[in-house]
Design a protein around this ligand. Sequence first.
Ligand code: OGA
Ligand code: NI
Length: 368
Amino acid sequence: MVASSENSLALFELDEDELFDFVVKKGHGVKGLVDSGISHIPCRYIHPPYKLADLKKVSNFPTLPLFDLSGLCDGSIKSTIAREICEATKKFGFFQVINYGMPLELLDRLMNSTREFFRLPAEKKAYYLKEVSPFENVYYGTSFAPQAEKWFEWKDYLSMFGKEEERAFWPQECRDVAQEYLKMQEPLIYFIMNSLLKGLGVPIDDEAIKSYMESQAVNMNYYPVCPNPELTVGVGPHSDLAALTFLLQDDIGGLHLKVEDEGWVEIVPTPGALIVNVGDTLEILSNGRYKSVEHMARVSNTRDRISIPIFVSPRPETRIGPLQGLAEKDGGAIYRDLDFGEYMNNFFSAAHDGKKTLDFARSMLDQE
Ligand code: OGA
Ligand code: NI
Protein backbone atom coordinates (compact mmCIF):
# COMPACT_ATOMS: atom_id res chain seq x y z
CA MET A 1 0.00 0.00 0.00
CA VAL A 2 1.40 3.45 -0.89
CA ALA A 3 -0.07 6.22 1.16
CA SER A 4 2.50 8.63 2.59
CA SER A 5 3.36 11.98 1.06
CA GLU A 6 6.88 10.72 0.68
CA ASN A 7 5.55 7.97 -1.53
CA SER A 8 3.42 10.34 -3.55
CA LEU A 9 6.47 12.43 -4.31
CA ALA A 10 8.22 9.24 -5.33
CA LEU A 11 5.34 8.38 -7.64
CA PHE A 12 5.42 11.76 -9.32
CA GLU A 13 9.08 11.20 -10.04
CA LEU A 14 8.74 7.68 -11.39
CA ASP A 15 10.34 7.20 -14.77
CA GLU A 16 8.22 5.92 -17.64
CA ASP A 17 8.96 2.24 -17.00
CA GLU A 18 8.33 2.48 -13.29
CA LEU A 19 5.05 4.30 -13.83
CA PHE A 20 3.97 1.66 -16.35
CA ASP A 21 4.88 -1.05 -13.88
CA PHE A 22 2.93 0.55 -11.02
CA VAL A 23 -0.18 1.65 -12.89
CA VAL A 24 -0.54 -0.99 -15.60
CA LYS A 25 1.36 -4.15 -14.70
CA LYS A 26 0.78 -4.21 -10.95
CA GLY A 27 -2.81 -3.08 -11.43
CA HIS A 28 -2.81 -0.01 -9.18
CA GLY A 29 -4.44 1.94 -11.97
CA VAL A 30 -5.15 5.64 -11.84
CA LYS A 31 -6.95 5.05 -8.56
CA GLY A 32 -3.68 3.79 -7.03
CA LEU A 33 -1.92 6.99 -8.10
CA VAL A 34 -4.63 9.15 -6.56
CA ASP A 35 -4.78 7.11 -3.35
CA SER A 36 -1.06 7.68 -2.92
CA GLY A 37 -1.85 11.39 -2.54
CA ILE A 38 -0.25 12.81 -5.69
CA SER A 39 -0.75 16.55 -6.02
CA HIS A 40 0.01 16.72 -9.75
CA ILE A 41 -0.60 14.26 -12.56
CA PRO A 42 2.46 12.40 -13.89
CA CYS A 43 3.80 13.58 -17.28
CA ARG A 44 2.53 10.48 -19.05
CA TYR A 45 -1.03 11.74 -18.49
CA ILE A 46 -0.41 15.25 -19.80
CA HIS A 47 -1.80 15.47 -23.31
CA PRO A 48 -0.17 18.03 -25.63
CA PRO A 49 -2.02 21.34 -25.97
CA TYR A 50 -2.71 20.84 -29.68
CA LYS A 51 -4.67 17.67 -28.81
CA LEU A 52 -6.72 19.44 -26.17
CA ALA A 53 -7.33 22.76 -27.91
CA ASP A 54 -10.30 21.57 -29.91
CA LEU A 55 -11.91 20.03 -26.84
CA LYS A 56 -12.10 23.35 -25.06
CA LYS A 57 -14.61 24.75 -27.54
CA VAL A 58 -17.78 23.22 -26.20
CA SER A 59 -21.03 24.57 -27.50
CA ASN A 60 -24.45 24.59 -25.89
CA PHE A 61 -26.79 22.48 -27.87
CA PRO A 62 -30.25 22.48 -26.37
CA THR A 63 -32.10 20.12 -28.68
CA LEU A 64 -30.44 16.76 -28.26
CA PRO A 65 -32.76 13.95 -29.32
CA LEU A 66 -34.55 12.37 -26.36
CA PHE A 67 -37.10 9.55 -26.57
CA ASP A 68 -39.58 8.48 -23.93
CA LEU A 69 -39.92 4.72 -24.32
CA SER A 70 -42.82 4.17 -21.90
CA GLY A 71 -44.76 1.17 -23.14
CA LEU A 72 -41.68 -0.65 -24.44
CA CYS A 73 -42.22 -3.64 -22.18
CA ASP A 74 -46.00 -4.04 -22.57
CA GLY A 75 -46.01 -3.35 -26.31
CA SER A 76 -48.03 -0.11 -26.07
CA ILE A 77 -45.14 2.00 -27.33
CA LYS A 78 -45.98 4.55 -30.05
CA SER A 79 -45.70 2.97 -33.46
CA THR A 80 -44.02 6.02 -34.98
CA ILE A 81 -41.15 5.98 -32.54
CA ALA A 82 -38.97 3.50 -34.46
CA ARG A 83 -38.97 5.80 -37.48
CA GLU A 84 -38.21 8.86 -35.37
CA ILE A 85 -35.29 6.99 -33.78
CA CYS A 86 -33.90 6.10 -37.23
CA GLU A 87 -34.11 9.71 -38.32
CA ALA A 88 -32.36 11.02 -35.21
CA THR A 89 -29.68 8.36 -35.55
CA LYS A 90 -29.03 9.27 -39.19
CA LYS A 91 -28.70 12.89 -38.21
CA PHE A 92 -26.70 12.71 -34.98
CA GLY A 93 -25.40 9.15 -34.50
CA PHE A 94 -26.84 9.16 -30.98
CA PHE A 95 -29.90 9.89 -28.86
CA GLN A 96 -31.03 9.58 -25.25
CA VAL A 97 -33.81 7.39 -23.88
CA ILE A 98 -35.87 7.65 -20.70
CA ASN A 99 -38.56 5.39 -19.19
CA TYR A 100 -37.17 2.27 -20.78
CA GLY A 101 -38.42 0.03 -18.01
CA MET A 102 -35.47 0.01 -15.62
CA PRO A 103 -35.99 0.44 -11.86
CA LEU A 104 -33.84 3.31 -10.57
CA GLU A 105 -33.05 1.14 -7.55
CA LEU A 106 -31.23 -1.31 -9.86
CA LEU A 107 -29.19 1.51 -11.36
CA ASP A 108 -28.17 2.57 -7.85
CA ARG A 109 -27.09 -0.96 -6.99
CA LEU A 110 -25.12 -1.14 -10.22
CA MET A 111 -23.29 2.11 -9.45
CA ASN A 112 -22.60 0.97 -5.87
CA SER A 113 -21.19 -2.35 -7.01
CA THR A 114 -18.85 -0.50 -9.39
CA ARG A 115 -17.58 1.61 -6.53
CA GLU A 116 -17.15 -1.52 -4.43
CA PHE A 117 -15.05 -3.20 -7.12
CA PHE A 118 -12.71 -0.26 -7.66
CA ARG A 119 -12.26 0.13 -3.91
CA LEU A 120 -10.68 -3.32 -3.72
CA PRO A 121 -6.94 -3.44 -3.06
CA ALA A 122 -4.81 -3.49 -6.22
CA GLU A 123 -3.78 -7.15 -5.66
CA LYS A 124 -7.42 -8.24 -5.86
CA LYS A 125 -8.15 -6.22 -9.01
CA ALA A 126 -4.84 -7.31 -10.57
CA TYR A 127 -6.19 -10.85 -10.59
CA TYR A 128 -8.34 -9.78 -13.55
CA LEU A 129 -5.62 -8.02 -15.55
CA LYS A 130 -5.86 -9.10 -19.19
CA GLU A 131 -2.30 -10.40 -19.32
CA VAL A 132 -2.63 -12.69 -16.32
CA SER A 133 -6.34 -13.30 -15.82
CA PRO A 134 -7.24 -16.99 -15.82
CA PHE A 135 -10.69 -16.02 -17.14
CA GLU A 136 -11.56 -15.22 -20.71
CA ASN A 137 -14.71 -13.23 -20.06
CA VAL A 138 -13.61 -10.54 -17.70
CA TYR A 139 -10.73 -8.17 -17.48
CA TYR A 140 -9.66 -5.16 -15.52
CA GLY A 141 -7.42 -2.48 -16.94
CA THR A 142 -6.44 1.14 -17.08
CA SER A 143 -6.31 3.77 -19.86
CA PHE A 144 -7.23 2.24 -23.27
CA ALA A 145 -4.24 0.57 -24.88
CA PRO A 146 -1.30 1.43 -22.57
CA GLN A 147 1.19 -0.62 -24.61
CA ALA A 148 0.47 1.51 -27.66
CA GLU A 149 -0.25 4.89 -26.08
CA LYS A 150 2.05 7.86 -25.88
CA TRP A 151 -0.29 9.57 -23.41
CA PHE A 152 -2.38 7.69 -20.89
CA GLU A 153 -6.05 8.30 -20.20
CA TRP A 154 -7.29 9.04 -16.67
CA LYS A 155 -9.48 5.96 -16.37
CA ASP A 156 -9.64 2.46 -14.87
CA TYR A 157 -12.19 -0.05 -16.09
CA LEU A 158 -13.65 -3.49 -15.69
CA SER A 159 -15.01 -5.28 -18.75
CA MET A 160 -17.38 -8.25 -18.40
CA PHE A 161 -18.68 -10.24 -21.34
CA GLY A 162 -19.53 -13.76 -22.55
CA LYS A 163 -22.68 -15.86 -22.75
CA GLU A 164 -24.82 -16.47 -19.69
CA GLU A 165 -23.12 -19.76 -18.86
CA GLU A 166 -19.69 -18.08 -19.10
CA ARG A 167 -20.35 -15.38 -16.52
CA ALA A 168 -19.57 -17.30 -13.34
CA PHE A 169 -16.15 -15.68 -13.06
CA TRP A 170 -17.25 -12.08 -13.24
CA PRO A 171 -16.08 -10.46 -9.96
CA GLN A 172 -18.50 -11.26 -7.17
CA GLU A 173 -18.79 -7.55 -6.23
CA CYS A 174 -20.69 -6.90 -9.48
CA ARG A 175 -21.58 -10.25 -11.07
CA ASP A 176 -25.21 -10.59 -10.02
CA VAL A 177 -26.24 -6.99 -10.45
CA ALA A 178 -24.49 -6.64 -13.82
CA GLN A 179 -26.26 -9.76 -15.07
CA GLU A 180 -29.60 -8.53 -13.80
CA TYR A 181 -29.00 -5.19 -15.50
CA LEU A 182 -28.06 -6.83 -18.80
CA LYS A 183 -31.12 -9.08 -18.69
CA MET A 184 -33.44 -6.12 -18.03
CA GLN A 185 -31.94 -4.24 -20.99
CA GLU A 186 -32.67 -7.02 -23.49
CA PRO A 187 -36.02 -5.62 -24.74
CA LEU A 188 -34.51 -2.16 -25.20
CA ILE A 189 -31.44 -3.47 -27.01
CA TYR A 190 -33.51 -5.61 -29.34
CA PHE A 191 -36.02 -2.83 -30.02
CA ILE A 192 -33.33 -0.33 -31.01
CA MET A 193 -31.22 -2.76 -33.07
CA ASN A 194 -34.30 -4.06 -34.85
CA SER A 195 -35.60 -0.55 -35.56
CA LEU A 196 -32.30 0.74 -36.87
CA LEU A 197 -31.46 -2.25 -39.06
CA LYS A 198 -34.97 -2.53 -40.50
CA GLY A 199 -34.99 1.21 -41.02
CA LEU A 200 -32.30 0.81 -43.69
CA GLY A 201 -34.95 -0.38 -46.14
CA VAL A 202 -33.31 -3.61 -47.29
CA PRO A 203 -34.62 -7.07 -46.37
CA ILE A 204 -33.06 -8.47 -43.20
CA ASP A 205 -34.22 -11.50 -41.23
CA ASP A 206 -34.37 -11.92 -37.49
CA GLU A 207 -31.45 -14.32 -37.42
CA ALA A 208 -29.17 -11.76 -39.05
CA ILE A 209 -30.34 -9.02 -36.68
CA LYS A 210 -29.60 -11.26 -33.70
CA SER A 211 -26.16 -12.17 -35.06
CA TYR A 212 -25.13 -8.49 -34.91
CA MET A 213 -26.09 -8.19 -31.24
CA GLU A 214 -24.98 -11.57 -29.93
CA SER A 215 -22.10 -10.32 -27.83
CA GLN A 216 -22.99 -7.93 -25.03
CA ALA A 217 -20.35 -6.55 -22.71
CA VAL A 218 -20.94 -4.54 -19.56
CA ASN A 219 -18.06 -2.17 -18.85
CA MET A 220 -17.62 -0.27 -15.64
CA ASN A 221 -15.54 2.86 -16.12
CA TYR A 222 -14.04 4.54 -13.09
CA TYR A 223 -12.56 8.04 -13.40
CA PRO A 224 -10.83 9.05 -10.15
CA VAL A 225 -10.67 12.68 -9.03
CA CYS A 226 -7.92 14.37 -11.02
CA PRO A 227 -5.65 17.12 -9.68
CA ASN A 228 -5.20 18.66 -13.18
CA PRO A 229 -8.30 17.88 -15.22
CA GLU A 230 -7.49 20.55 -17.80
CA LEU A 231 -4.27 18.75 -18.77
CA THR A 232 -5.68 15.32 -19.50
CA VAL A 233 -8.73 13.33 -20.64
CA GLY A 234 -10.74 10.53 -19.08
CA VAL A 235 -11.19 9.02 -22.52
CA GLY A 236 -9.74 10.68 -25.59
CA PRO A 237 -11.76 11.32 -28.76
CA HIS A 238 -12.82 8.01 -30.29
CA SER A 239 -15.72 6.10 -31.75
CA ASP A 240 -16.82 2.80 -30.24
CA LEU A 241 -16.11 -0.59 -31.74
CA ALA A 242 -19.59 -1.99 -31.06
CA ALA A 243 -22.68 -1.81 -33.25
CA LEU A 244 -24.41 0.16 -30.51
CA THR A 245 -23.44 1.45 -27.07
CA PHE A 246 -25.98 2.00 -24.28
CA LEU A 247 -24.28 4.26 -21.77
CA LEU A 248 -25.36 5.03 -18.25
CA GLN A 249 -23.53 7.88 -16.54
CA ASP A 250 -23.73 9.25 -13.01
CA ASP A 251 -24.51 12.88 -12.19
CA ILE A 252 -20.99 14.31 -12.56
CA GLY A 253 -21.03 15.04 -16.29
CA GLY A 254 -18.03 15.09 -18.59
CA LEU A 255 -19.20 13.13 -21.62
CA HIS A 256 -18.83 15.10 -24.85
CA LEU A 257 -20.05 14.09 -28.29
CA LYS A 258 -19.08 15.57 -31.62
CA VAL A 259 -22.09 16.86 -33.51
CA GLU A 260 -21.86 17.83 -37.17
CA ASP A 261 -21.83 21.61 -37.67
CA GLU A 262 -21.78 22.14 -33.88
CA GLY A 263 -18.51 20.64 -32.64
CA TRP A 264 -18.18 19.21 -29.15
CA VAL A 265 -21.35 19.13 -27.10
CA GLU A 266 -21.49 18.09 -23.45
CA ILE A 267 -24.27 15.69 -22.50
CA VAL A 268 -25.66 17.02 -19.25
CA PRO A 269 -26.67 13.99 -17.16
CA THR A 270 -30.40 13.29 -16.86
CA PRO A 271 -31.12 10.93 -13.95
CA GLY A 272 -31.83 7.42 -15.23
CA ALA A 273 -31.37 8.38 -18.90
CA LEU A 274 -29.27 6.25 -21.21
CA ILE A 275 -27.26 7.55 -24.11
CA VAL A 276 -27.45 5.28 -27.13
CA ASN A 277 -24.73 5.82 -29.69
CA VAL A 278 -23.75 4.28 -33.00
CA GLY A 279 -20.41 2.46 -33.05
CA ASP A 280 -18.16 1.61 -35.99
CA THR A 281 -19.82 -1.78 -36.57
CA LEU A 282 -23.21 -0.23 -37.29
CA GLU A 283 -21.57 2.39 -39.51
CA ILE A 284 -20.08 -0.49 -41.52
CA LEU A 285 -23.33 -2.51 -41.61
CA SER A 286 -25.30 0.53 -42.74
CA ASN A 287 -22.73 1.47 -45.40
CA GLY A 288 -22.19 4.79 -43.64
CA ARG A 289 -25.84 5.82 -43.35
CA TYR A 290 -25.62 5.70 -39.57
CA LYS A 291 -22.33 7.26 -38.56
CA SER A 292 -20.47 6.24 -35.44
CA VAL A 293 -20.26 9.24 -33.19
CA GLU A 294 -16.95 10.60 -31.98
CA HIS A 295 -16.94 11.20 -28.24
CA MET A 296 -14.69 11.69 -25.22
CA ALA A 297 -14.88 12.23 -21.48
CA ARG A 298 -13.32 14.92 -19.32
CA VAL A 299 -12.56 14.39 -15.64
CA SER A 300 -13.15 16.45 -12.53
CA ASN A 301 -10.97 17.76 -9.73
CA THR A 302 -13.73 17.52 -7.15
CA ARG A 303 -15.45 14.18 -7.63
CA ASP A 304 -14.77 10.78 -9.13
CA ARG A 305 -17.08 9.63 -11.92
CA ILE A 306 -18.60 6.33 -12.98
CA SER A 307 -20.05 5.40 -16.36
CA ILE A 308 -21.39 2.02 -17.39
CA PRO A 309 -21.69 1.26 -21.10
CA ILE A 310 -23.20 -1.91 -22.55
CA PHE A 311 -21.44 -2.62 -25.83
CA VAL A 312 -23.61 -4.58 -28.25
CA SER A 313 -21.58 -6.36 -30.96
CA PRO A 314 -21.46 -9.43 -33.17
CA ARG A 315 -19.29 -12.37 -32.13
CA PRO A 316 -15.71 -12.36 -33.50
CA GLU A 317 -16.43 -14.94 -36.20
CA THR A 318 -19.43 -13.04 -37.59
CA ARG A 319 -18.92 -11.43 -40.97
CA ILE A 320 -19.64 -7.71 -41.09
CA GLY A 321 -19.98 -5.43 -44.08
CA PRO A 322 -22.72 -3.32 -45.67
CA LEU A 323 -26.04 -5.22 -45.49
CA GLN A 324 -26.97 -7.07 -48.64
CA GLY A 325 -28.65 -4.74 -51.11
CA LEU A 326 -27.36 -1.51 -49.58
CA ALA A 327 -24.32 -1.08 -51.83
CA GLU A 328 -26.55 -1.35 -54.91
CA LYS A 329 -28.92 1.24 -53.51
CA ASP A 330 -26.11 3.58 -52.49
CA GLY A 331 -24.08 3.29 -55.66
CA GLY A 332 -21.25 1.29 -54.06
CA ALA A 333 -19.92 -0.15 -50.83
CA ILE A 334 -18.00 2.29 -48.67
CA TYR A 335 -16.88 -0.57 -46.43
CA ARG A 336 -15.55 -4.02 -47.24
CA ASP A 337 -16.66 -7.34 -45.74
CA LEU A 338 -14.52 -8.70 -42.91
CA ASP A 339 -14.77 -10.77 -39.75
CA PHE A 340 -15.75 -8.73 -36.72
CA GLY A 341 -12.79 -10.29 -34.84
CA GLU A 342 -10.38 -8.89 -37.41
CA TYR A 343 -11.87 -5.42 -37.00
CA MET A 344 -11.76 -5.79 -33.21
CA ASN A 345 -8.06 -6.75 -33.12
CA ASN A 346 -7.17 -3.74 -35.21
CA PHE A 347 -9.35 -1.50 -33.03
CA PHE A 348 -7.46 -2.38 -29.84
CA SER A 349 -4.01 -2.20 -31.40
CA ALA A 350 -3.61 1.59 -31.32
CA ALA A 351 -4.33 4.57 -29.08
CA HIS A 352 -7.63 6.43 -29.43
CA ASP A 353 -7.47 8.75 -32.41
CA GLY A 354 -10.91 9.99 -33.36
CA LYS A 355 -12.54 7.90 -36.06
CA LYS A 356 -9.33 6.62 -37.67
CA THR A 357 -10.32 3.06 -36.73
CA LEU A 358 -12.78 2.93 -39.63
CA ASP A 359 -10.01 3.30 -42.21
CA PHE A 360 -9.26 -0.38 -41.64
CA ALA A 361 -12.64 -1.38 -43.08
CA ARG A 362 -12.83 1.08 -45.97
CA SER A 363 -13.39 -0.56 -49.33
CA MET A 364 -10.95 -0.13 -52.22
CA LEU A 365 -13.64 1.84 -53.96
CA ASP A 366 -13.72 4.39 -51.18
CA GLN A 367 -9.93 4.75 -51.12
CA GLU A 368 -9.67 5.72 -54.76
C1 OGA B 1 -16.38 4.34 -23.55
C2 OGA B 1 -16.73 5.77 -23.40
C3 OGA B 1 -17.56 7.58 -22.11
C4 OGA B 1 -17.93 7.92 -20.71
O1 OGA B 1 -16.33 3.63 -22.52
O2 OGA B 1 -16.20 3.90 -24.70
O3 OGA B 1 -16.69 6.46 -24.37
O4 OGA B 1 -18.70 8.86 -20.52
N1 OGA B 1 -17.10 6.26 -22.22
O5 OGA B 1 -17.44 7.27 -19.80
NI1 NI C 1 -16.77 5.26 -26.13
